[in-house]
Design a protein around this ligand. Sequence first.
Ligand SMILES: Nc1ncnc2c1ncn2[C@@H]1O[C@H](COP(=O)(O)OP(=O)(O)OP(=O)(O)O)[C@@H](O)[C@H]1O
Length: 231
Amino acid sequence: MFLVGLTGGIASGKSSVLQVFQQLGCAVVDVDIIARRIVQPGRPAHRRIVEVFGTEVLLENGEINRKVLGDLIFKQPDQRQLLNAITHPEIHKEMMKETFKYFLQGHRYVILDIPLLFETKKLLRYMKHTIVVYCDRDTQLARLMKRNGLSLEDAEARIQAQLPLKDKVRMANHVLDNSGNWGDTRRQAILLHLRLERSLEYLPLRLSVLMGLAGITSLLYLLARCLLPSP
Ligand SMILES: Nc1ncnc2c1ncn2[C@@H]1O[C@H](COP(=O)(O)OP(=O)(O)OP(=O)(O)O)[C@@H](O)[C@H]1O
């Protein structure tokens, strides 16, 4: 098995592309979904967030108010670091669990949607391939304003706060251009899936696990022969 990191910019189309891979039966780890799951009431990260940021970041039903928290950390970078220190270890644990589950199921590759893959670089070394979902700036701006109901100024500020998409394109192994219509992007994603599925890069890990298992079995057999009395 090998890992494929999928990234892009805000509203560039990562989640939409990830859905295509999911529909194709790929093993998909959606960091956005994990990030929502680990802050559900009752989870340790939820408790820590309330301790640090206060009850004003809660909705009436006790869930985290993502909009309020999002605005808060956007305006105060030191608060963002605090939030990351609470959530990142929990997110990484869940990612490892899901990836291991897919490994046991025999998938050839696992695709992980990691919005800040190139910014934090923490997980980059584990990725055999990287994919950037790109779209031109005007399209990105228009989609972001429409989806989040943001003003031009606010949308520009959010795009500005990230590493430019063009830089991410330079760092990636594969680029999916989502500037045009959806059918075109879908086609690019399907072609890429076929390439990854045909790759033999999954073999080294699978073979080493099989050889490890064979080694342990032989060892147990030899031990049993030595320890058990012969008939
Ligand atoms: N090719 C396309 N044509 C038209 N609309 C699109 C296209 N691709 C994505 N969109 C729309 O653009 C918006 C952003 O897409 P999506 O949510 O997939 O981006 P994202 O990169 O996951 O965003 P974020 O990281 O900010 O959550 C959505 O409303 C989606 O429906």
